[in-house]
Design a protein around this ligand. Structure first.
Ligand code: CO
Length: 219
């Protein structure tokens, strides 16, 4: 079947963790208390927890193709609601990555099947920032720019959810961050788009869109 090596790998992994903490899994089974919710791409080349030096139990994870946060995606919203309201995470990290295949496919307008409908959300972003993107001659750099813009848009989308807005209204300590990961060196970059309140979100959204109209006007 070819899956034996997965089972063997799993045993080795669990043994290694137990070497440094014999009761690790026993303790973990009693409580889940993560401080972070990571929303990222399904790309197989990214290992969210281990790439951040975290152990099981430290980060709640939601993944989909091209790390999208859509207002009607009950899967993503449910994960977010559980993380914020039940687990009380303090940070939501939207993590994109350069060279994202989903972003690339959206930009190429290639026909891949059902997923094209999902990637329409990225094409919406692409049209929104048409001026900025057209100014970049290199195709790979243009894709990377769209990967970055996608993270920024998803940070705003997270902030716009009733989940995050209600948390802020309750006075809950909750920050939303936008990061981008480079597969070629395994390093994350903070896009410095963190928002910690409704006021910060409003200011960030206004700043983001004001900048865009400025560029679109060719000034
Ligand atoms: Co991707």
């Amino acid at each position: 079947m070819g899956l034996d090596k997965l089972m063997a790998g799993n045993k080795l992994w669990a043994e290694n963790i137990k070497k440094s903490d014999p009761r690790f899994f026993e303790k973990l089974s009693e409580l889940q208390n993560p401080e972070y919710l990571w929303i990222g791409c399904s790309d197989s080349r990214i290992s969210p927890s281990s790439s951040l030096g975290l152990l099981p139990g430290q980060m709640f994870v939601h993944r989909n193709v091209a790390n999208l946060v859509n207002h009607t995606d009950m899967n993503c919203l449910s994960a977010m609601q559980f993380a914020v309201e039940v687990l009380n995470v303090r940070h939501i990290i939207v993590s994109g990555h350069f060279g994202c295949g989903g972003v690339k496919a959206a930009m190429d307008d290639s026909r891949l099947g059902l997923i094209d409908n999902w990637l329409r959300h990225i094409q919406d972003i692409m049209h929104k920032y048409e001026g900025d993107l057209a100014a970049i001659a290199d195709v790979d750099k243009r894709v990377d720019k769209l990967c970055t813009l996608n993270v920024i848009e998803q940070v705003i989308n997270v902030g716009e959810t009733t989940i995050v807005q209600d948390a802020w209204a309750r006075g809950q300590n909750l920050a939303v961050h936008g990061w981008i990961y480079t597969i070629a060196d395994g390093i994350y970059r903070d896009l410095n788009v963190s928002v910690r309140s409704l006021e910060e979100l409003d200011a960030f959204r206004d700043r983001t869109y004001a900048d865009r109209s400025h560029i679109a006007a060719g000034k």
